[in-house]
Every structure is written in C-alpha cells, then in structure tokens.
Design a protein around this ligand. Sequence first.
Ligand code: SF4
Length: 231
Amino acid sequence: MEVRISGTHFPLETLGPGRRLGVWFQGCSLACAGCMSRHTWAARGGTSRHVDELLELWREALDGGAEGLTVSGGEPLQQPDALAELLAGAAGLRNARAGRGPEGGRAPADLLVYTGYEPAEWTERQERALAGADAVVTGRFRVAEPTRLVWRGSANQRIRPRTALGAVRYAPHLEREATGARLQAVVTPGAGAGRGMGLRLYGVPLRGELARAERALRGTGVSLRDASWRP
Ligand code: SF4
C-alpha cells in the first residue's frame, strides 16, 4: 500500500523513549494554531512511499538497536489503512525478534503514534488503525496551554498506553517533565539549486523556543527561510 510521508529519521531521540525510527505522515487538516509542522499539512505534499519501504527502514533500525518506532505527522489517522499496515508489519518484525530472546537485555521496541484527534473523535476505521500501537499521544496542539510534560507540546495532550508493553514503557513518563533536550537538530542538503542547507528540528519545543533558536542562529549569521512554523 502507498502512503504519503513527510520524512523519516533514525535515530530520533526526542519523541519517545530511547533511540527510535521516526516516520512523519503527510497531510493534516486539523490546522492547529501555532503548529510547528505546517509543511506536513498539504495532503498531496511530501512523497509517496510503499509501506514495505518503511518496514525495510524499520528492519534496519532494529538492526541498529532501535528502541521504538514513532509515527507522527501530519496526521497519521488521516491515512488509517496505511497506518494499520505499517503498525501491523512493524509489530510483526519486532515480535519475531523478541521471539529469539532479548537482545543485549533490551525490552522489545515499542510502537508510538501521535495524533491530534481525541479518542472520542476516532472513527471505527481509525480505532482499528491503532490496533498495533503500544501507546498513543492524543489531542490537538493548543498554543495557549504550554507544558513541560515530556514529549508533549501542550498540557491537554495525553500519553495513552494501549498494550502491556506500552503500559510498562510509558508509566514512568505519563506525568514526567522533560529534563533533557526537547529538540534534535539535523542539518540536511537544501532542496533545489541555491537553496542553501536544510535544518530539521525533531521534538516538541517549549513556548518561544523556536523564536529563540532562530534569533540565536541569526546571531551567528545563519538566517532561516521558509520556516515550517510560520504561516
Ligand atoms: S500540531 Fe499536529 S494535529 Fe495540529 S495541525 Fe500540526 S500536524 Fe496537525
């Protein structure tokens, strides 16, 4: 099955516990004010990939010691069938390895999904799509409700474990405030001729953190064009 994505990254270290594979779905119609990922809104933007290609990345990430998969966006539940296939395949690969015994004493890798929808809004199809998720972070980003809770952008957002593995993995973090870095910066080649370099920021910033980072960069002579958080 084809899926439109905005991007992938490994190792991702700011959206869930440990070193993870991050997959960002493309397309979100929820349009939260203050969203830092406006480049993921257009349903026909990003790139089309086959779910099997993403599962190959997951296989490679597991080989590289991945402790989890984080699916974010964009809005993963706006491509529910592709999400279901990705999670089912990822769980299958993870379980096959777990069946061979713990690797280096590590627990099995967990599958985490971010969605802007609340559970009460999920359709049956969306609920089914999350069958393979060990935990889900739910709720719109609300710019007026800042938070220091780890891996969340606003105070209304909840981590909801859905499996025994998810309960064990996320219990220590449900009400925990972030202590380490909340953002991970990755420099990429620019898109197109004369576009300079690209900068990807993964994670959830504190209020005002993106503006501060932009000012700090400007102070070193680096200016950002087309920042994804600017309307
Ligand atoms: S914060 Fe998430 S749910 Fe809200 S508009 Fe941005 S991508 Fe969509």
